[in-house]
Design a protein around this ligand. Structure first.
Ligand code: NAD
Length: 264
């Protein structure tokens, strides 16, 4: 543990349970001295998020459905009332109809395309719009993406298209907000078994494939993504913006199946 984030305050969005990537990030930031607020989606998650927040000394736990502009406004109004300003925001949110995270991309419906882009892409822009006003002394925003944005991965389908748009939006946001000292980055995380990931067809097989073929010959943990997030959100990353940092045991550099990989 360090004091890299001492005196810094920020918001964690996308905590569902202790398997969430948001949880690995929250632990790393809290361990470095940050003061955290959390937002959760819907009452069902409230009772899971409150004890997790409490365990990191946070009693700022607020509802927010990112598909709803009023809900986003209410969240950031509450943060302004509570803290006046913030230093960072973590957006660990994505959503697509599970039935379209299998089968063919070409069969994507217009309705699910729209919803996936709204919740998984536009919401980060909507969050940064509001966060900008509270980042009066500079700041940093972080979102989570996946290699399916760059290459075709089985069953990732419309989420791959959404993540490609999310990565592009990180670059545009970095340019718009850079003059105010606000940095915007993404982590492209390797596969991790979470609630959201369990909706993707053949996810266990994809995990194994990554484990056998990544240069480090393993998958990554929430805690490892957390420590990379700490780098990007702290002064260690003070000259880094518009970046998509791969935290994936090196999987993205590989061009073919490893010679020593077993058949699975
Ligand atoms: P998770 O299920 O723990 O988190 C997803 C979160 O999104 C949940 O907290 C859920 O409540 C929230 N969410 C969905 N719709 C929402 C809405 N309308 N309003 C507010 N919140 C909403 O799963 P995770 O794997 O930790 O996912 C976090 C992020 O990491 C996602 O963007 C995901 O695409 C990305 N990611 C995951 C992996 C992986 O292998 N798990 C790899 C790379 C990137």
């Amino acid at each position: 543990s360090t004091d890299l984030m001492a005196g810094k305050r920020g918001l964690i969005m996308g905590l569902a349970n202790d398997k969430s990537i948001a949880w690995g990030i929250a632990k790393a930031l809290s361990g470095a001295g940050a003061e955290l607020a959390f937002s959760y989606q819907g009452d069902a998650l409230k009772k899971r998020v409150i004890p997790l927040a409490e365990s990191l000394g946070s009693d700022v736990v607020l509802p927010c459905d990112v598909g709803d502009a009023n809900s986003l406004d209410a969240l950031f109004d509450a943060l302004r009332d509570r803290w006046g300003r913030i230093d960072f925001v973590v957006h660990a949110i994505g959503f697509s109809d599970k039935s379209e995270l299998r089968g063919r991309y070409v069969d994507t419906s217009r309705e699910n395309f729209r919803m996936s882009m709204d919740i998984s892409v536009y919401s980060f822009t909507a969050v940064m719009q509001r966060a900008e006003k509270l980042m009066t002394d500079g700041g940093a925003g972080l979102t989570l993406t996946y290699y399916g944005a760059e290459k075709v991965m089985p069953h990732y389908n419309v989420m791959g298209v959404a993540k490609a748009a999310l990565e592009a939006s990180v670059r545009y946001l970095a340019e718009d907000l850079g003059r105010d000292g606000i940095r915007v980055n993404a982590i492209s995380a390797g596969t991790i078994k979470t609630l959201a990931a369990s909706g993707i067809g053949d996810f266990r097989y994809i995990m194994k494939w990554n484990e056998y073929n990544a240069p480090l010959r393993r998958t990554v943990t929430q805690e490892e993504v957390g420590r990379s997030a700490l780098y990007l959100l702290s002064d260690l990353g003070s000259a880094v913006t518009g970046e998509v940092l791969h935290v994936d045991a090196g999987y993205h550099v590989v061009g073919m199946k490893a010679v020593d990989a077993p058949d699975i």
